[in-house]
Write a protein that binds this ligand. Structure first.
Ligand code: C5P
Length: 234
């Protein structure tokens, strides 16, 4: 029996008999507002796993190093064992969300350059926004690691923007996470899905992401199915 190592809001991580690998299991839970809003949607885990695997495959093919080894089944993937940096790495291409709430910026402004943000992944403090100096002072990552994370994230942004544009979706913003293998390799980890990206239809600006749940403006499963359908029909 695989041993449960960690249980997050939407996923579980299991140890395997191979000391260099983990298995990640996608659950059907959705949370928002640091867990304040919580619900379950049958099939969400399957959809996110499917969507995330297609995106990770695309990124790997484009030369981004990721934790992905293989998809085992609808809900489980085999990944390289990494220690996750306690950082939420966020890119914004269009203003919305916490950026507008915090800074009073207008919604929906297309930014001339992507904004790169780091948050300290820590529920007790509400995942506060930090800069490189904070991350280094707290021992979350080194300068060199942060440089690699920033450069890789900007590359990922370009690849994802082009990928979603082909599906007639604008990549508004997204959050990714990185981890480090025992031998010091930094890999893209966690997931990329409508839970962690904001996606707006190019023509109508209709939302195709977790904002439909956060804001109660649509059916989460139907929305995620529509994203997958665009990916499969491209
Ligand atoms: O809420 P905020 O505007 O900061 O979110 C920016 C992006 O990061 C959004 O795409 C959101 O889905 C993602 N995010 C996430 N997990 C968090 C916080 C934000 O996936 N804990």
């Amino acid at each position: 029996m695989a041993k449960l190592l960690y249980e997050g809001k939407a996923k579980q991580v299991y140890e395997t008999e191979n000391p260099n690998e983990y298995i990640i299991h996608y659950k059907d839970d959705a949370t928002a507002g640091n867990g304040v809003k919580h619900d379950q949607f049958e099939g969400k885990g399957v959809l996110n796993n499917t969507i995330s695997c297609i995106i990770f495959d695309m990124l790997e093919e484009a030369g981004i190093k990721t934790h992905m080894i293989e998809k085992i089944n609808e809900r489980d993937i085999r990944v390289k064992k990494v220690e996750i940096f306690p950082l939420e790495v966020i890119i914004r291409n269009i203003t919305t969300g916490s950026f507008c709430k915090r800074l009073g910026a207008k919604e929906g402004i297309v930014l001339d350059e992507p904004i790169f943000e780091l948050s300290y992944k820590n529920d007790d403090y509400g995942d506060p926004l930090i800069n490189d100096d904070h991350a280094v002072a707290l021992g979350l990552a080194t300068r060199e690691e942060l440089k690699y994370i920033r450069e890789t994230t900007l590359k990922i942004n370009e690849l994802l923007k082009a990928f979603f544009l082909k599906l007639n979706l604008k990549l508004v913003d997204f959050k990714i996470e990185f981890g480090k293998t025992e031998d010091g390799q930094i890999l893209l980890a966690d997931e990329i899905s409508p839970d962690s990206c904001r996606l707006w239809d190019v023509d109508t600006n209709q939302k195709y992401d977790k904002d439909v749940f956060r804001q109660d403006i649509g059916d989460l499963i139907e929305t995620y199915k529509a994203v997958l359908a665009r990916m499969e029909n491209k």
